[in-house]
Design a protein around this ligand. Sequence first.
Ligand SMILES: [Zn+2]
Length: 434
Amino acid sequence: MLNNSNFLNDPGLTREINSLYQEQHADITSFICALVEHPSLLGHEESAQNFMEATFSDLGLDIDRFAINHESLKKIEGYSPSVGEWDGHDNIVGIHHAKSNKGKSLILNGHIDVVPVGAEDLWSSRPFDSVVKDGRVFGRGSGDMKAGIAAYVFAFSSLKKLGYRPASDVFLQSVVEEECTGNGALACLHRGYKADAAIIPEPFNETIMSAQMGVMWLQIEITGKPAHVLHDTLGNNAIEATFKIWQHLKKLASVWNQDKHLHPPFGETDAPVKFNLGKISGGEWASSVPTRCQMDVRCGFFPGQAPKKIRQAIEDHLENMIKSDRTLENIKHTITYSGFQSPGCVIDTNGEFISLLGSMHERELGRPAALFASAATTDVRTFQLYGHIPATCYGPEALNIHGVDESVSIQSTVDVSRVICHFITQWCGIEKDD
Ligand SMILES: [Zn+2]
Protein backbone atom coordinates (compact mmCIF):
# COMPACT_ATOMS: atom_id res chain seq x y z
CA MET A 1 0.00 0.00 0.00
CA LEU A 2 0.97 3.57 -0.55
CA ASN A 3 2.65 5.41 2.25
CA ASN A 4 0.57 8.53 2.63
CA SER A 5 3.49 10.46 4.05
CA ASN A 6 4.90 10.48 0.51
CA PHE A 7 2.10 12.83 -0.53
CA LEU A 8 2.91 16.41 -1.17
CA ASN A 9 0.83 17.97 1.55
CA ASP A 10 -0.13 21.45 0.49
CA PRO A 11 -3.69 22.29 1.53
CA GLY A 12 -3.31 25.74 -0.03
CA LEU A 13 -2.62 24.28 -3.48
CA THR A 14 -5.39 21.70 -3.07
CA ARG A 15 -7.84 24.52 -2.36
CA GLU A 16 -6.54 26.60 -5.26
CA ILE A 17 -7.03 23.71 -7.70
CA ASN A 18 -10.53 23.01 -6.43
CA SER A 19 -11.66 26.61 -6.60
CA LEU A 20 -10.25 26.97 -10.12
CA TYR A 21 -12.23 23.91 -11.20
CA GLN A 22 -15.43 25.50 -9.90
CA GLU A 23 -15.02 28.08 -12.65
CA GLN A 24 -14.11 25.71 -15.47
CA HIS A 25 -17.38 23.91 -16.28
CA ALA A 26 -18.17 26.18 -19.22
CA ASP A 27 -14.63 25.99 -20.65
CA ILE A 28 -14.49 22.21 -20.37
CA THR A 29 -17.93 21.92 -21.99
CA SER A 30 -16.86 24.18 -24.88
CA PHE A 31 -13.71 22.15 -25.38
CA ILE A 32 -15.64 18.84 -25.61
CA CYS A 33 -18.17 20.42 -28.00
CA ALA A 34 -15.45 21.85 -30.25
CA LEU A 35 -13.72 18.48 -30.46
CA VAL A 36 -16.97 16.56 -31.16
CA GLU A 37 -17.57 18.88 -34.13
CA HIS A 38 -14.46 17.52 -35.83
CA PRO A 39 -15.86 14.26 -37.27
CA SER A 40 -12.73 12.21 -36.66
CA LEU A 41 -13.85 8.95 -38.20
CA LEU A 42 -11.15 6.51 -39.23
CA GLY A 43 -9.01 8.15 -41.91
CA HIS A 44 -10.56 11.59 -41.28
CA GLU A 45 -8.72 12.65 -38.13
CA GLU A 46 -6.77 15.53 -39.65
CA SER A 47 -8.92 18.49 -38.58
CA ALA A 48 -9.33 17.11 -35.04
CA GLN A 49 -5.59 16.56 -34.83
CA ASN A 50 -4.97 20.13 -36.04
CA PHE A 51 -7.18 21.24 -33.15
CA MET A 52 -5.15 19.09 -30.73
CA GLU A 53 -1.86 20.41 -32.10
CA ALA A 54 -3.05 24.00 -31.56
CA THR A 55 -4.26 23.10 -28.05
CA PHE A 56 -0.91 21.58 -27.08
CA SER A 57 0.97 24.55 -28.60
CA ASP A 58 -1.12 26.99 -26.58
CA LEU A 59 -0.09 25.08 -23.44
CA GLY A 60 3.53 25.78 -24.31
CA LEU A 61 4.27 22.14 -25.12
CA ASP A 62 6.73 20.99 -27.75
CA ILE A 63 4.91 19.28 -30.61
CA ASP A 64 5.73 15.97 -32.24
CA ARG A 65 3.39 15.17 -35.14
CA PHE A 66 4.00 11.93 -36.99
CA ALA A 67 2.30 9.32 -39.15
CA ILE A 68 2.22 5.61 -38.37
CA ASN A 69 5.13 3.94 -40.13
CA HIS A 70 3.57 0.58 -40.96
CA GLU A 71 6.72 -0.90 -42.44
CA SER A 72 8.72 -0.47 -39.24
CA LEU A 73 5.80 -1.27 -36.91
CA LYS A 74 5.04 -4.55 -38.68
CA LYS A 75 8.24 -5.96 -37.26
CA ILE A 76 7.39 -5.33 -33.64
CA GLU A 77 5.21 -7.13 -31.15
CA GLY A 78 1.75 -5.68 -30.74
CA TYR A 79 1.21 -4.64 -34.36
CA SER A 80 -2.21 -5.44 -35.82
CA PRO A 81 -2.70 -5.49 -39.62
CA SER A 82 -4.04 -2.06 -40.48
CA VAL A 83 -7.35 -1.67 -42.24
CA GLY A 84 -6.04 1.15 -44.47
CA GLU A 85 -3.56 3.99 -44.86
CA TRP A 86 -4.48 7.65 -45.17
CA ASP A 87 -2.92 11.11 -45.49
CA GLY A 88 -3.16 13.36 -42.46
CA HIS A 89 -3.65 10.30 -40.25
CA ASP A 90 -1.14 11.48 -37.62
CA ASN A 91 -0.48 11.11 -33.94
CA ILE A 92 0.12 14.31 -31.97
CA VAL A 93 2.28 14.36 -28.86
CA GLY A 94 2.59 17.45 -26.66
CA ILE A 95 5.84 17.27 -24.71
CA HIS A 96 6.48 18.86 -21.35
CA HIS A 97 10.08 18.72 -20.12
CA ALA A 98 10.44 19.63 -16.46
CA LYS A 99 13.34 21.70 -15.19
CA SER A 100 13.76 20.07 -11.81
CA ASN A 101 12.82 16.49 -12.71
CA LYS A 102 12.15 15.58 -9.12
CA GLY A 103 9.02 13.51 -9.61
CA LYS A 104 7.86 10.61 -11.72
CA SER A 105 7.04 10.96 -15.39
CA LEU A 106 3.59 10.47 -16.86
CA ILE A 107 1.81 9.77 -20.15
CA LEU A 108 -1.71 11.14 -20.59
CA ASN A 109 -3.21 9.40 -23.59
CA GLY A 110 -6.48 9.61 -25.50
CA HIS A 111 -7.66 8.40 -28.88
CA ILE A 112 -9.02 10.93 -31.34
CA ASP A 113 -10.74 8.39 -33.63
CA VAL A 114 -14.45 7.71 -33.27
CA VAL A 115 -16.56 4.82 -34.54
CA PRO A 116 -19.16 5.23 -37.34
CA VAL A 117 -22.47 6.84 -36.37
CA GLY A 118 -24.69 3.96 -37.55
CA ALA A 119 -28.15 4.87 -38.86
CA GLU A 120 -28.07 8.66 -38.61
CA ASP A 121 -31.88 9.00 -38.75
CA LEU A 122 -32.07 7.28 -35.35
CA TRP A 123 -30.15 10.13 -33.69
CA SER A 124 -32.08 12.91 -31.93
CA SER A 125 -29.70 15.46 -33.42
CA ARG A 126 -26.94 15.29 -36.00
CA PRO A 127 -24.12 13.15 -34.54
CA PHE A 128 -21.36 15.68 -35.12
CA ASP A 129 -23.37 18.73 -34.03
CA SER A 130 -22.57 18.77 -30.34
CA VAL A 131 -25.63 19.42 -28.17
CA VAL A 132 -25.50 20.42 -24.49
CA LYS A 133 -28.56 19.24 -22.57
CA ASP A 134 -29.31 18.08 -19.01
CA GLY A 135 -25.69 18.46 -17.91
CA ARG A 136 -24.41 16.34 -20.76
CA VAL A 137 -22.71 16.78 -24.12
CA PHE A 138 -24.32 14.70 -26.88
CA GLY A 139 -22.57 13.67 -30.09
CA ARG A 140 -20.50 10.86 -31.58
CA GLY A 141 -17.21 10.70 -29.69
CA SER A 142 -18.37 12.92 -26.81
CA GLY A 143 -17.84 10.09 -24.33
CA ASP A 144 -15.50 7.84 -26.32
CA MET A 145 -13.32 9.70 -25.75
CA LYS A 146 -13.22 13.42 -26.41
CA ALA A 147 -14.34 14.24 -22.87
CA GLY A 148 -11.41 12.12 -21.67
CA ILE A 149 -9.03 14.19 -23.78
CA ALA A 150 -10.62 17.34 -22.31
CA ALA A 151 -10.07 15.88 -18.82
CA TYR A 152 -6.32 15.43 -19.25
CA VAL A 153 -5.84 18.72 -21.15
CA PHE A 154 -7.54 20.67 -18.33
CA ALA A 155 -5.63 18.73 -15.67
CA PHE A 156 -2.43 20.04 -17.22
CA SER A 157 -3.68 23.54 -18.08
CA SER A 158 -5.11 24.09 -14.60
CA LEU A 159 -1.67 23.80 -13.04
CA LYS A 160 -0.39 26.29 -15.59
CA LYS A 161 -3.18 28.74 -14.81
CA LEU A 162 -2.12 28.59 -11.15
CA GLY A 163 1.49 29.31 -12.07
CA TYR A 164 2.81 25.77 -11.77
CA ARG A 165 3.78 22.87 -13.97
CA PRO A 166 4.65 19.21 -13.38
CA ALA A 167 8.13 18.67 -11.93
CA SER A 168 8.77 15.71 -14.25
CA ASP A 169 8.26 14.93 -17.92
CA VAL A 170 4.66 14.62 -19.08
CA PHE A 171 3.60 13.50 -22.55
CA LEU A 172 0.11 14.38 -23.76
CA GLN A 173 -0.81 12.02 -26.57
CA SER A 174 -3.70 12.24 -29.03
CA VAL A 175 -3.58 9.04 -31.08
CA VAL A 176 -5.32 7.45 -34.05
CA GLU A 177 -6.52 3.87 -34.65
CA GLU A 178 -7.50 2.94 -31.11
CA GLU A 179 -10.84 1.64 -32.37
CA CYS A 180 -9.42 -0.81 -34.91
CA THR A 181 -5.76 -1.76 -34.30
CA GLY A 182 -4.08 0.23 -31.53
CA ASN A 183 -1.28 1.05 -33.94
CA GLY A 184 -1.44 4.76 -33.01
CA ALA A 185 -0.44 4.15 -29.39
CA LEU A 186 2.05 1.50 -30.51
CA ALA A 187 3.68 4.04 -32.84
CA CYS A 188 4.12 6.44 -29.88
CA LEU A 189 5.82 3.72 -27.87
CA HIS A 190 8.00 2.73 -30.81
CA ARG A 191 9.02 6.37 -31.24
CA GLY A 192 10.46 6.25 -27.73
CA TYR A 193 7.78 7.72 -25.48
CA LYS A 194 8.08 6.04 -22.11
CA ALA A 195 7.08 7.13 -18.63
CA ASP A 196 6.61 5.83 -15.09
CA ALA A 197 2.84 5.53 -15.63
CA ALA A 198 0.11 6.14 -18.20
CA ILE A 199 -3.52 7.21 -17.73
CA ILE A 200 -6.16 6.89 -20.46
CA PRO A 201 -9.42 8.63 -19.49
CA GLU A 202 -11.70 6.17 -21.33
CA PRO A 203 -15.36 6.65 -20.33
CA PHE A 204 -15.58 3.90 -17.73
CA ASN A 205 -17.69 5.77 -15.20
CA GLU A 206 -14.93 6.93 -12.83
CA THR A 207 -13.75 3.36 -12.21
CA ILE A 208 -10.12 2.28 -12.30
CA MET A 209 -9.54 -0.46 -14.87
CA SER A 210 -8.04 -3.63 -13.40
CA ALA A 211 -7.90 -5.82 -16.53
CA GLN A 212 -9.05 -5.97 -20.11
CA MET A 213 -9.95 -8.80 -22.46
CA GLY A 214 -8.09 -9.63 -25.65
CA VAL A 215 -9.78 -8.73 -28.92
CA MET A 216 -9.42 -10.19 -32.41
CA TRP A 217 -10.98 -9.14 -35.68
CA LEU A 218 -11.44 -11.70 -38.43
CA GLN A 219 -13.03 -11.72 -41.83
CA ILE A 220 -14.60 -14.95 -43.06
CA GLU A 221 -15.35 -15.29 -46.76
CA ILE A 222 -17.92 -17.94 -47.64
CA THR A 223 -18.27 -19.29 -51.16
CA GLY A 224 -21.38 -21.21 -52.19
CA LYS A 225 -22.45 -22.67 -55.51
CA PRO A 226 -24.33 -20.42 -57.97
CA ALA A 227 -27.65 -21.36 -59.59
CA HIS A 228 -30.84 -19.81 -60.92
CA VAL A 229 -33.55 -19.81 -58.22
CA LEU A 230 -35.55 -22.24 -60.47
CA HIS A 231 -32.87 -24.80 -59.67
CA ASP A 232 -32.04 -23.68 -56.15
CA THR A 233 -31.55 -27.24 -54.92
CA LEU A 234 -28.55 -27.43 -57.25
CA GLY A 235 -26.94 -24.42 -55.65
CA ASN A 236 -25.65 -23.59 -52.17
CA ASN A 237 -26.68 -20.21 -50.81
CA ALA A 238 -23.57 -18.42 -49.50
CA ILE A 239 -25.61 -15.98 -47.40
CA GLU A 240 -27.60 -18.70 -45.65
CA ALA A 241 -24.37 -20.63 -45.12
CA THR A 242 -22.78 -17.54 -43.57
CA PHE A 243 -25.45 -17.41 -40.86
CA LYS A 244 -25.04 -21.12 -40.15
CA ILE A 245 -21.28 -20.69 -39.81
CA TRP A 246 -21.81 -17.71 -37.50
CA GLN A 247 -24.07 -19.85 -35.29
CA HIS A 248 -21.31 -22.48 -35.12
CA LEU A 249 -18.65 -19.88 -34.33
CA LYS A 250 -20.68 -18.32 -31.53
CA LYS A 251 -20.75 -21.62 -29.64
CA LEU A 252 -17.05 -21.15 -28.99
CA ALA A 253 -17.76 -17.99 -26.95
CA SER A 254 -20.07 -19.93 -24.62
CA VAL A 255 -17.42 -22.62 -24.17
CA TRP A 256 -14.70 -20.08 -23.39
CA ASN A 257 -16.93 -18.18 -20.97
CA GLN A 258 -17.10 -21.28 -18.79
CA ASP A 259 -13.42 -20.64 -17.93
CA LYS A 260 -13.97 -17.15 -16.53
CA HIS A 261 -13.30 -18.36 -12.97
CA LEU A 262 -9.72 -19.12 -14.11
CA HIS A 263 -9.27 -15.40 -14.79
CA PRO A 264 -10.01 -13.75 -11.42
CA PRO A 265 -10.58 -10.14 -12.57
CA PHE A 266 -13.43 -11.43 -14.76
CA GLY A 267 -14.90 -13.91 -12.26
CA GLU A 268 -17.86 -11.64 -11.54
CA THR A 269 -18.30 -10.35 -15.12
CA ASP A 270 -21.31 -11.65 -17.00
CA ALA A 271 -20.00 -13.47 -20.12
CA PRO A 272 -16.74 -11.52 -20.61
CA VAL A 273 -15.97 -13.40 -23.86
CA LYS A 274 -18.04 -11.53 -26.41
CA PHE A 275 -18.27 -12.39 -30.10
CA ASN A 276 -19.92 -9.91 -32.45
CA LEU A 277 -21.03 -10.26 -36.04
CA GLY A 278 -20.48 -6.61 -36.92
CA LYS A 279 -20.70 -6.46 -40.67
CA ILE A 280 -21.88 -8.63 -43.53
CA SER A 281 -21.87 -8.23 -47.28
CA GLY A 282 -22.83 -10.69 -49.95
CA GLY A 283 -25.01 -11.73 -52.80
CA GLU A 284 -25.29 -10.49 -56.35
CA TRP A 285 -28.85 -10.59 -57.64
CA ALA A 286 -32.32 -11.14 -56.18
CA SER A 287 -33.01 -14.02 -58.60
CA SER A 288 -29.64 -15.77 -58.24
CA VAL A 289 -28.49 -18.06 -55.48
CA PRO A 290 -25.65 -15.97 -53.99
CA THR A 291 -22.15 -17.24 -54.59
CA ARG A 292 -20.21 -15.27 -52.05
CA CYS A 293 -20.62 -13.56 -48.67
CA GLN A 294 -18.23 -12.03 -46.18
CA MET A 295 -18.71 -11.45 -42.48
CA ASP A 296 -16.57 -9.30 -40.20
CA VAL A 297 -16.40 -10.69 -36.70
CA ARG A 298 -14.97 -9.52 -33.40
CA CYS A 299 -13.94 -12.20 -30.89
CA GLY A 300 -12.94 -11.68 -27.26
CA PHE A 301 -10.52 -13.84 -25.29
CA PHE A 302 -8.90 -13.89 -21.86
CA PRO A 303 -5.64 -12.20 -20.79
CA GLY A 304 -2.68 -14.55 -20.96
CA GLN A 305 -3.89 -16.20 -24.18
CA ALA A 306 -1.74 -15.59 -27.26
CA PRO A 307 -3.54 -14.37 -30.42
CA LYS A 308 -1.76 -17.08 -32.42
CA LYS A 309 -3.33 -19.81 -30.28
CA ILE A 310 -6.73 -18.13 -30.50
CA ARG A 311 -6.52 -18.08 -34.30
CA GLN A 312 -5.69 -21.79 -34.30
CA ALA A 313 -8.56 -22.59 -31.91
CA ILE A 314 -11.05 -20.67 -34.07
CA GLU A 315 -9.84 -22.34 -37.26
CA ASP A 316 -9.96 -25.85 -35.76
CA HIS A 317 -13.40 -25.26 -34.28
CA LEU A 318 -14.86 -24.00 -37.56
CA GLU A 319 -13.25 -26.80 -39.54
CA ASN A 320 -14.84 -29.42 -37.26
CA MET A 321 -18.25 -27.78 -37.12
CA ILE A 322 -18.47 -27.33 -40.88
CA LYS A 323 -17.36 -30.91 -41.51
CA SER A 324 -20.08 -32.26 -39.25
CA ASP A 325 -22.83 -30.07 -40.77
CA ARG A 326 -24.15 -31.76 -43.94
CA THR A 327 -25.97 -28.61 -45.06
CA LEU A 328 -22.56 -26.95 -45.50
CA GLU A 329 -21.13 -29.76 -47.64
CA ASN A 330 -20.36 -27.69 -50.74
CA ILE A 331 -19.42 -24.53 -48.91
CA LYS A 332 -15.87 -23.20 -48.85
CA HIS A 333 -14.58 -20.70 -46.36
CA THR A 334 -11.39 -18.70 -45.91
CA ILE A 335 -10.37 -16.63 -42.90
CA THR A 336 -8.25 -13.47 -42.93
CA TYR A 337 -7.17 -11.33 -40.01
CA SER A 338 -7.20 -7.58 -40.39
CA GLY A 339 -7.60 -5.18 -37.46
CA PHE A 340 -7.15 -6.04 -33.76
CA GLN A 341 -4.92 -9.03 -32.98
CA SER A 342 -4.63 -7.84 -29.41
CA PRO A 343 -3.99 -9.82 -26.25
CA GLY A 344 -5.66 -8.92 -22.99
CA CYS A 345 -3.83 -7.73 -19.89
CA VAL A 346 -4.11 -7.53 -16.13
CA ILE A 347 -3.09 -4.44 -14.16
CA ASP A 348 -1.31 -4.49 -10.82
CA THR A 349 -3.87 -2.72 -8.64
CA ASN A 350 -1.66 -2.90 -5.53
CA GLY A 351 1.19 -0.87 -7.00
CA GLU A 352 2.01 2.71 -6.10
CA PHE A 353 0.43 4.13 -9.26
CA ILE A 354 -3.07 2.69 -8.86
CA SER A 355 -2.99 3.24 -5.10
CA LEU A 356 -2.25 6.93 -5.57
CA LEU A 357 -4.92 7.36 -8.25
CA GLY A 358 -7.44 5.59 -6.01
CA SER A 359 -6.44 7.75 -3.03
CA MET A 360 -6.83 10.97 -4.99
CA HIS A 361 -10.24 9.87 -6.27
CA GLU A 362 -11.42 9.04 -2.76
CA ARG A 363 -9.97 12.18 -1.18
CA GLU A 364 -11.51 14.50 -3.75
CA LEU A 365 -14.84 12.82 -4.52
CA GLY A 366 -15.51 11.32 -1.09
CA ARG A 367 -16.08 7.77 -2.28
CA PRO A 368 -13.76 4.89 -3.10
CA ALA A 369 -13.05 4.18 -6.76
CA ALA A 370 -14.39 0.81 -7.91
CA LEU A 371 -12.19 -1.49 -9.97
CA PHE A 372 -13.45 -2.44 -13.41
CA ALA A 373 -12.49 -5.45 -15.54
CA SER A 374 -13.28 -4.46 -19.13
CA ALA A 375 -14.65 -6.88 -21.73
CA ALA A 376 -13.43 -4.39 -24.34
CA THR A 377 -9.84 -3.59 -25.28
CA THR A 378 -8.06 -0.24 -24.91
CA ASP A 379 -4.59 1.13 -25.65
CA VAL A 380 -3.64 0.26 -22.05
CA ARG A 381 -2.37 -3.09 -23.33
CA THR A 382 0.29 -1.36 -25.43
CA PHE A 383 1.78 0.46 -22.44
CA GLN A 384 1.44 -2.53 -20.11
CA LEU A 385 2.57 -5.39 -22.35
CA TYR A 386 5.09 -3.80 -24.71
CA GLY A 387 6.26 -0.70 -22.83
CA HIS A 388 6.20 -2.26 -19.35
CA ILE A 389 4.61 0.99 -18.19
CA PRO A 390 1.94 0.71 -15.48
CA ALA A 391 -1.23 1.95 -17.16
CA THR A 392 -4.95 2.14 -16.55
CA CYS A 393 -8.16 3.75 -17.70
CA TYR A 394 -9.83 6.31 -15.46
CA GLY A 395 -12.44 8.48 -17.15
CA PRO A 396 -15.91 10.03 -16.99
CA GLU A 397 -19.41 8.59 -17.03
CA ALA A 398 -20.82 8.26 -20.55
CA LEU A 399 -23.89 6.67 -22.16
CA ASN A 400 -24.43 4.94 -25.51
CA ILE A 401 -20.81 4.84 -26.60
CA HIS A 402 -20.66 3.13 -30.03
CA GLY A 403 -24.48 3.54 -30.06
CA VAL A 404 -27.03 6.23 -30.89
CA ASP A 405 -27.29 9.54 -28.96
CA GLU A 406 -23.90 9.04 -27.29
CA SER A 407 -23.41 11.46 -24.42
CA VAL A 408 -21.05 12.26 -21.56
CA SER A 409 -21.64 13.84 -18.17
CA ILE A 410 -20.04 17.26 -17.84
CA GLN A 411 -19.83 17.08 -14.03
CA SER A 412 -18.16 13.69 -14.24
CA THR A 413 -15.62 15.01 -16.77
CA VAL A 414 -14.84 17.96 -14.48
CA ASP A 415 -14.47 15.61 -11.48
CA VAL A 416 -12.18 13.20 -13.34
CA SER A 417 -10.08 16.08 -14.64
CA ARG A 418 -9.73 17.52 -11.14
CA VAL A 419 -8.69 14.14 -9.72
CA ILE A 420 -6.08 13.73 -12.47
CA CYS A 421 -4.81 17.26 -11.74
CA HIS A 422 -4.34 16.38 -8.06
CA PHE A 423 -2.76 13.09 -9.09
CA ILE A 424 -0.18 15.00 -11.16
CA THR A 425 0.80 17.17 -8.19
CA GLN A 426 1.55 14.00 -6.20
CA TRP A 427 3.01 11.75 -8.88
CA CYS A 428 5.05 14.28 -10.83
CA GLY A 429 5.46 16.94 -8.15
CA ILE A 430 5.21 20.58 -9.20
CA GLU A 431 7.57 23.42 -9.94
CA LYS A 432 7.00 27.12 -10.62
CA ASP A 433 6.05 27.90 -14.20
CA ASP A 434 8.33 30.78 -15.08
ZN1 LIG B 1 -12.44 4.55 -26.41
